[in-house]
Ligand binder design. Structure first.
Ligand SMILES: O=C(O)CCC(=O)C(=O)O
Ligand SMILES: [Fe+2]
Length: 202
């Protein structure tokens, strides 16, 4: 019996055969695998309960504003709050090793409580993402939200729905040549995002 079979039962394994790649411009791409994470409902419940969620405030020009989502980042070697996430990270590391050249090490978590929570346009360019190709692998849990992507130089944007258990991987030059956002919506239930990143990519 392999680890995945032990954790999730014989029919539930983390299957990366069903990934579809969408090439963007300038060497950026997104991989999408729908319903990828086994036991997504259980992972959602556990994360809502057990992640030490933090509300952050940021300086915006001359005033402090609430960051419109709750966050917590599991750093290198910090145990993850659900075994399914450890399996997912290790399976992603194995699947992408030849292309990425290193494993996924950290897990950033975001909690979008309702449609008012969001993340503004940005690239994950703290650390190496500003100069090197890298990957950010997102596992989405809970209600559906849209990941919007747009080329930094201008051009058509791309919208990717992220539903419960879906995997969306941004790769290649995506963090430095494109930006991404999760816009506010009129109505949405809670959604969690877990972003696996290699060392020194934030
Ligand atoms: O909610 C998401 O899936 C994306 C979050 C994100 O882009 C980030 O935290 O850098
Ligand atoms: Fe991001």
């Amino acid at each position: 019996m392999d680890v995945q079979t032990t954790l999730f039962g014989a029919t539930d394994t983390v299957d990366l055969d069903a990934i579809e790649r969408r090439e963007l411009t300038e060497g950026a791409w997104v991989d999408i695998a729908r319903g990828w994470l086994p036991g997504a409902d259980d992972v959602f419940d556990t994360l809502v309960r057990d992640v030490p969620w933090r509300a952050e405030r940021r300086r915006m020009y001359d005033r402090m504003v609430d960051v419109p989502r709750l966050v917590y980042t599991y750093m290198i070697d910090e145990p993850l709050p659900h075994p399914g996430l450890e399996t997912a990270r290790d399976e992603l590391s194995r699947h992408y090793l030849a292309e990425l050249g290193e494993p996924f090490r950290t897990a950033g978590c975001c909690y979008y409580r309702d449609g008012r929570d969001s993340v503004a346009w940005h690239g994950d360019t703290i650390g190496r993402g500003s100069t090197q190709d890298t990957m950010v692998a997102i596992v989405s849990l809970g209600d559906v939200r849209q990941l919007h992507l747009r080329p930094r130089g201008g051009g058509d944007s791309v919208k990717v729905a992220m539903g419960n258990g879906d995997l969306v991987v941004m790769g290649g030059s995506c963090q430095r040549t494109w930006e991404h956002a999760v816009p506010k919506v009129a109505s949405a239930g809670p959604r969690l995002s877990v972003q696996f990143r290699p060392f020194n990519v934030f």
